[in-house]
Write a protein that binds this ligand. Structure first.
Ligand code: ADP
Ligand code: MG
Length: 694
């Protein structure tokens, strides 16, 4: 149960004065549906009306506030469509306030003749005089609080005005309770940070653009709160998982030895090292929860296969989950020979298995006649029961967030879990997304790979590129052609791909194939197969090929509108080539002109193939928010923390969370109680639930 003290914050924004259903929906888009979301949305700008010049010293067009005397009203003559004017002055000169469609009764009340008023807005020159059209504010000098000298500006959307949004935040802040302090007192003192509520008030009350900095004490404190909630939640999830007893898996090495002998290569040192860490985990009676991180083509699959063999040596079963049907089939094909060499029984299960075939596979699985099952998420559906599942490998899981990991954990028996990802993630982000796991990294590639010649070329030179493709195809090369990413429109994306397909077919004939996300699984497989077999020379694809597809003979990849992709995604795509000892190239077609940042980003790809370096640079150039893209939903989005700036705080939050969970694992101390409030504040209820469950 959420602590009652937080209830006012967790009401719908519609509860706020001045917020109806329409405005609530718009606020939902820019901040979130609940009052707490408003309080945790920091301003992105500030309007400064603190300049108080005399009329004759005012700079035209500059926002300022004036103390004036109201001299006279000049309503428009009856029947004429002229503005209503009010003449004002101070000791240095005159100005005219101009109101189109001005209502006399209202204006008479707001600007009584002979009295002083504060007016704020931009003064302009008009036929030799000075005028202000529709002042932003008119206030009684005895009530200066009616005229905010500094106005925070929040993210907006069409139809949501700045003042409506600002008032909503003000009202939301009025509901913010005093919360118990969840931070360590000594740490707050050392950092000179104040309490949560004052910090929040400071962030919402900037008085200069400096106050908008991510490095003010108030913002740092709030960022730290958010990071601590993130790290604490992950640590609790991890504890719950490890505590849920696993089993000691000890193999006799017989299958692993056979597989090694059958491999046409030696494992790299990095592979051997990662495998050692995995074996240690499996041997221990605690449950393994490990992330295997390695660049595209670094050879993760073989490592996972060896781990699964170990479980089979111990008499148990292994499951391997791929993100797509294509990949599941590809794995079964590439692992087939190794399975044969070791004599294990390998089977595939995907959503396409229906009826009798499916039933028969499920029966063999339950009776233990299948040792290793490869498949899509179908392998974890209802009705799929293993005789004795000891290890689960999840491949390419960057779309598979911590929430899904939690649910997988809660299901039935508790097999060891090995998660593989090729998404190069900077260390800081690894902590926020995978902080609940141990991490192994494969940092070197198999020997003999040639560097990929990467070039950036403007789209205007498309004809040249198509010419080059024709020559390459004539020589027997195979080419991937990736069509532009169209954010939020699969239909437009498809249209672009189909157009390119028609266009290239005109040049290259029927050696061109098209694959996209809307095709049926069987159709996709058929096209992929023709590409492996060399039947197709050019494969036009939307981003469905991003994840893991392996056609070692392809040596050229062309990516249209490369500037629309994230760097990590481009790096992944590029990894589709350079998978053999042949020289490969990658052509990044961009729409000119490119902005400075876009240019710098694409240049990084030209300069290095080190995925981790690319990811770090991307984080530096773009900030964490953009880095991962909305599609990669496995990553937490922070409202107040920005990892390109607050990375150092994350490390501290990590240590802090570790200390807390070691000293007070059930969060029972008074700080522990306050930390529960923090977890709820940042909606990490999933972690708290694990706590109360035991
Ligand atoms: P990842 O899954 O990490 O992207 P893969 O496991 O698909 O990489 O391996 C890429 C290719 O490299 C595969 O064809 C695989 O057989 C090969 N490979 C893996 N390990 C080695 C190694 N140690 N030496 C040579 N080739 C290797
Ligand atoms: Mg792979």
């Amino acid at each position: 149960m959420r602590p009652a003290i937080l209830n006012p914050l967790f009401a719908d924004v519609i509860a706020l004065t001045g917020v109806g259903p329409k405005i609530a929906a718009m606020i939902g888009r820019v901040a979130g549906p609940r009052i707490v979301d408003l309080t945790l949305t920091p301003p992105i700008n500030i309007i400064d009306r603190s300049k108080r010049p005399k009329i004759d010293a005012a700079v035209f067009g500059e926002l300022a506030t004036f103390l004036v005397t109201v001299d006279s009203h000049e309503p428009p003559p009856k029947g004429r469509r002229l503005p209503y004017k009010v003449i004002c002055s101070d000791e240095t000169g005159f100005m005219t306030l101009v109101f189109f469609h001005g209502r006399a009764d209202y204006l008479k009340r707001a600007l009584p003749e002979g009295e002083q008023r504060l007016v704020s807005g931009k003064l302009e020159e008009f036929s030799g005089g000075r005028q202000m059209v529709h002042p932003d504010y008119i206030a009684d000098p005895n009530k200066p609080e009616d005229l905010p000298l500094y106005e925070p500006v929040y993210p907006l959307t069409a139809g949501l005005s700045s003042s409506v949004m600002r008032k909503a935040v003000v009202h939301a802040m009025e509901r913010a309770p005093d919360l118990p302090e969840w931070q360590d007192e000594a740490w707050l003192k050392a950092r000179k940070w104040s309490d949560w509520k004052s910090s929040l008030a400071a962030v919402h009350g900037p008085t200069s653009s400096d106050d908008l900095s991510l490095l003010t004490p108030a913002r740092m404190r709030l960022a730290y709160d958010e990071l601590l909630a993130n790290q604490l939640a992950l640590m609790l999830i991890r504890k719950a998982r490890v505590k849920s007893k696993g089993r000691a898996i000890v193999g006799d090495g017989r299958l692993v030895a056979k597989a090694k002998a059958a491999l046409p290569f030696m494992l790299t040192n990095a592979q051997t090292h990662a495998l050692g860490e995995i074996f240690d985990d499996m041997r221990s009676p605690e449950r393994m929860v490990r992330l295997l991180q390695g660049d595209v083509g670094s050879g993760k699959t073989v490592v996972a296969f060896m781990a699964m063999l170990t479980a089979i040596e111990a008499g148990a079963q292994a499951a391997f989950m791929a993100p797509t049907e294509i990949l599941a089939r590809q794995h079964i094909e590439s692992l087939g020979p190794l399975a044969q060499a070791t004599g294990i029984r390998l089977e595939i299960l995907t959503g396409r298995d229906k009826g009798g075939i499916r039933r028969e596979k499920l029966e063999r699985l339950e009776s233990g006649d299948i040792d290793m099952l490869i498949g899509t998420h179908a392998i974890f559906q209802e009705g799929v029961n293993f005789r004795d599942l000891a290890i689960v490998v999840i491949d390419e899981q960057h779309r598979f967030g911590v929430h899904q990991r939690v649910s997988l954990t809660q299901k039935g028996a508790r097999p060891d879990l090995l998660v593989m990802t090729a998404t190069p993630i900077p260390r800081t982000l690894t902590l926020t997304a995978y902080g609940d796991m141990d991490v192994s990294q494969i940092t070197e590639k198999p020997p003999g790979r040639k560097p990929i010649d990467t070039r950036t070329i403007p789209l205007e030179r498309l004809d040249e590129i198509i010419d080059g493709v024709r020559r390459a195809v004539a020589k027997g090369d195979q080419v991937y052609w990736v069509c532009p990413l169209v954010e939020e429109s699969e239909v437009l994306e498809l249209t672009a791909a189909e157009e390119r397909f028609e266009n290239l077919k005109g040049v290259l004939g029927d050696r061109v194939g098209l694959i996209h996300g809307r095709m049926s699984g069987a159709d996709k497989d058929a096209i992929m197969e023709r590409f492996y077999d060399g039947d197709l020379s050019v494969l036009i694809a939307t981003t469905v090929i991003e994840v893991g597809v392996d056609a070692p003979n392809a040596t050229i990849i062309i990516i249209e509108h490369a500037e629309r992709f994230g760097l990590a995604q481009l790096h992944q795509l590029r990894g589709r080539v350079g998978r053999s000892d042949k020289a490969s190239s990658c052509i990044l077609l961009y729409k000119s002109p490119l902005g400075e940042t876009a240019k710098a980003r694409l240049n990084i790809l030209r300069q290095t193939e080190d995925g981790f370096l690319i990811a770090e640079e991307d984080l530096r150039l773009r900030g964490a928010g953009d880095l991962l893209g909305a599609a990669q939903s496995g990553f937490p989005r922070f409202q107040l923390a920005d990892l390109s700036v607050h990375g150092e705080l994350l490390a501290a939050a990590r240590d802090d969370a570790k200390m807390v969970t070691e000293g007070d694992p059930q969060l029972k101390s008074s700080r522990g109680e306050a930390l529960r409030v923090l977890l709820y504040l940042f909606s990490r209820d999933d972690a708290v639930k694990l706590l109360s469950a035991g």
